[in-house]
Design a protein around this ligand. Sequence first.
Ligand SMILES: Cc1ncc(COP(=O)(O)O)c(C=O)c1O
Length: 505
Amino acid sequence: MRNTLAIRPLTEMSRPGYRAARFPTPDVPDHAPADVLPAGALAAAPPELPELTEPDVIRHFTNLSTLNMSVDTHFYPLGSCTMKYNPKRHERLAGLPGIGDPHPYRDEADLQGMLQILHELQGMLAEISGLPAVSLQPAAGAQGELTALLTAAAYFRDRGEGEQRRKVIFPSSAHGTNPASAALAGFDTVQLKPTKTGLTDLDELASKVGEDTAVFMITNPNTLGLFEKDIEAITALLHDHGALVYIDGANMNAILGLTRPGDFGGDMMHYNVHKTFTGPHGGGGPGAGPIAVRDFLGPYLPGPVVKKVGGTPERPEFALHTPSKSIGRVRSHFGNVGILLRGYFYLRTLAAAGMRDVSERAVLNANYLRSKLKDVLEIPHPAPCMHEFVASASRSKKNRQISAMDVAKRLLDYGVHAPTVYFPLDVPEALMIEPTETESKATLDQFADIVRDILTKEDAETVKTAPHTTPVRRPDEVKAARQPVLCGVAKGCGTVPVDEVTVSA
Ligand SMILES: Cc1ncc(COP(=O)(O)O)c(C=O)c1O
C-alpha cells in the first residue's frame, strides 16, 4: 500500500531540530570558514533545508521510487522503445569485480581483459550487421546517427565532394532523431511524402535523389513496424548516384540473425544496445549507440577503437587505436562501457541461434497482439508486421470520443504502461505497440482484454478522465512543458500536491 504520509513535500514533513545523526564535537583545532575561504565565497546564512530523521528521508525517496512504472514492475509495450526485460544475470556479470570497476585511465597493459571484451563485442556487432568497421563510442542511438553522418561528411570531403553532397533524405515515418542528426551534422534535410502502404515509394525517392545527395536514412523495419521489402532496390538507387545509405538500427530486434543491413545494401548503421541487447534505458540514458560501417568508411570513425596487435592465440594482445582519418572523439574513454558490457553478456548468453530466436519471437508476439486487437482498433497497414505495429483509435474517437491519449491514460489504471501515442505522425490517433519477445502469451492476452474493455465496455467518461489511480492525474501536457514546476528540497518548494495538477479535458 502506498505510504501517502511519506510522499508529502519534504518541507511539509520537516520538524525543527530533527536530523539523521549528531556527530561528536571534533577534537582537532577548528578553523572558522572565514580563515580559509574568501569573504565573497561565504553564504550569509545556511541553506534552509528540511529537517528530517533518517527513516523519514529513506521512506520518502523509497516510496517516490515506487510511483514510476518500470519494466521490472509493469508490462511496458512502448512502441519504438523496445522496453524488453533486462535479464538480471547480465546485470550481475557486468558488475563483477575486475569487469565493472577498472579505471579507464589505467595502462593498456592492465586493461587487457577489458580490451579483449570490447574487441570481441566489436566483432559481434560487425558480424550481426554485416558491416566490418565498428566504433563503440556513441552513447545513444541519436549520437550514433550524428557520428555516422559526421563520418560520411568526412568521407565526402576527402573525395572532394563535401560541397556538392549537401542533402540527407529520409521517409516521413523516420524517427525524429534522423532529421535532427542530419541538421546537426550540417546537411540539408529532405523528407519523403507518406504513402498508403507505409513503405518507401521508389518513384518519389528516385525523383529526389541526385548527385547532391549525401545519405538516405532509413529504418528497417520502419517505424510503422513494416519491413521495407524494396530495400535492395532502394540501396542500389542511392549507390548509383554515389550516395550512402544509413540504416537506423533501432529496430534490429526484429531482424537479428534473419538478415543484415550490410547484406541489403546499408553502408552505415547504429545499434541501440539499451534496446536490442537489454541494457536498461533509465531516464533517457545511460545508453550505448555503437556504429558499424563499411570498410572504406572505417578510417574516418571516431577513436579509439580496439585493435588486436599480436600476442599468442592463448594470450592475444590488444591496443587502443585511432583510425588514420578519424573525425575525433565523440565520447570520453571507450564509450559507455557499463551498457556495452550488458550487451556483450547478453550476446554471449544467447549466441547466434538465440539471437534469431529473439527476433522470431518478437515478430510472433507483435503479430499475435495485432490480430487480437484488429477488431477494436483500426490497423491502417494490413501487411503482417515485424516486431511492433501501429494501430489507430480514429474509429473510437469518432464514435465514442475516446482518443488514443484516453486509452493510453486509462491503461495506467490497469497497471500497464501506455504504448507510444501520436507517433508516427502520419497515422491519426496512433497507438504504437511493441510487446517484445520477453512477454508471455498470458500477458499479451490480458493486455488485449484490457484494451477491449476500455474501448467497448467502459463508460466513456471514466476513460476520458483517466487515470484515476495514479499519484498525478492528467497533467496539461503543453503547460507541463512550457511552465515546468522544477522542485528541489529548499523551503517553499516540494512535490506538487496532486489536486494542484491541472486535469485537461
Ligand atoms: C527508430 C529510432 N531511431 C533512433 C532512436 C534514438 O535512439 P536513442 O534514444 O538511443 O537516442 C530511437 C529511440 O527510440 C528510435 O526508435
